[in-house]
Design a protein around this ligand. Structure first.
Ligand SMILES: [Zn+2]
Length: 319
């Protein structure tokens, strides 16, 4: 009997040690359900692989459009400090404040200072553009209203919009406005704007809307071989929308050849269009400009979007 009792104690001790060992291994993670081919669902199917989250599709970078409401505060009302901070230069030899029309050939941000450039200027003009030539009375406000409306619609379409001025109490030089073509205005970087759009209104006898066409030689650094054609294509898309979607008619066939020498054409590092929307000195056009600014802005935005859709198909759906 005693033998049996000892055998039982030995057996129970062995069982206890085995149970303690298993318990330890489970605690240690050495033995898991998988050890026995059992998964959480209690079948021997391979354990379900946790689904990797789908990588979020990278949205295409939004196009950057610089909108330039033409003109601004009259030069006679600007202090010297305002002129300086607006990028205007003072030259006693040239009669006062102004800016250079060109960069040195093949460069950007190196003013020609009268030589080493294409020399293109309107008839009778020179490389120097006097600040007073840009003074207007009612045009700055018309341009700003159309621009703010275009900004709203472009942003709805997903574009990044930069404005060269946001009030009628400022008047940056043309050169200064081109800084918005660059990331954070850093002109030592590559320009990141996809287009620069000048928004103006015309005067001097006539009616309707047009874009000023580029032609001839532009010799600033970095521009595309298709700079002239790209700019004219963009201008035409915008003007076509203004003519079709607002009460504003077309001035001539919509393409105006009179000022291919404009400073912004000669200095812009990116595709540029220059709109002359209606004649603000014509009462009928003026009343359209005043009553349809929202529609005009939408037409500008849709025309810009038409252009990008046509050239690479990545633009937003029209709203
Ligand atoms: Zn020059």
């Amino acid at each position: 009997m005693k033998k049996y009792l000892i055998a039982l104690i030995v057996f129970l001790t062995a069982v206890l040690l085995f149970v303690m060992m298993v318990f330890f291994l489970v605690l240690n993670g050495t033995i898991t359900k998988e050890t026995f081919g059992i998964n959480a669902r209690g079948t021997d199917a391979p354990a379900a692989v946790t689904a990797e989250p789908e990588p979020a599709e990278t949205p295409p970078p939004s196009k950057v459009v610089v909108l330039d409401p033409g003109h601004g505060k009259s030069s006679g009302q600007m202090s010297d400090e305002e002129k300086t901070s607006g990028g205007w230069l003072y030259s006693a030899a040239r009669g006062g404040w102004g800016e250079w029309r060109h960069w040195k050939t093949g460069t950007t941000w190196a003013d020609c200072e009268g030589s080493g450039c294409s020399g293109r200027a309107p008839s009778g003009g020179s490389c120097w553009y006097p600040i007073g030539n840009g003074d207007r009375d009612v045009e700055p406000d018309i341009n700003l209203n159309n621009t703010l409306s275009a900004q709203k619609y472009l942003e709805e379409l997903g574009y990044e919009v930069r404005l060269t001025r946001t009030s009628n109490d400022e008047n940056p030089s043309m050169t200064e406005r081109l800084r918005y073509c660059y990331p954070n205005g850093d002109t030592s970087a590559s320009p990141d704007a996809d287009a620069f759009v000048c928004i103006h209104s015309n005067a001097g006898g006539g009616r309707g809307s047009c874009y000023i066409s580029l032609s001839g030689l532009y010799d600033q650094g970095g521009i595309s071989d298709t700079y002239v054609n790209d700019g004219n294509t963009l201008g035409k898309y915008i003007n076509d929308r203004i003519v079709s979607d607002t009460s504003m008619g077309s001035f001539g066939n919509g393409s105006y050849d009179g000022f291919p020498t404009t400073i912004l054409f000669c200095k812009s590092p990116v595709t540029i269009a220059y709109l002359e929307i209606g004649f603000f000195d014509n009462q009928a056009d003026l009343s359209i400009l005043q009553s349809e600014s929202d529609l005009i802005g939408k037409a500008i935005a849709d025309g810009i979007n038409d252009y990008f859709t046509a050239i690479d198909g990545t633009a937003a759906e029209s709203v």
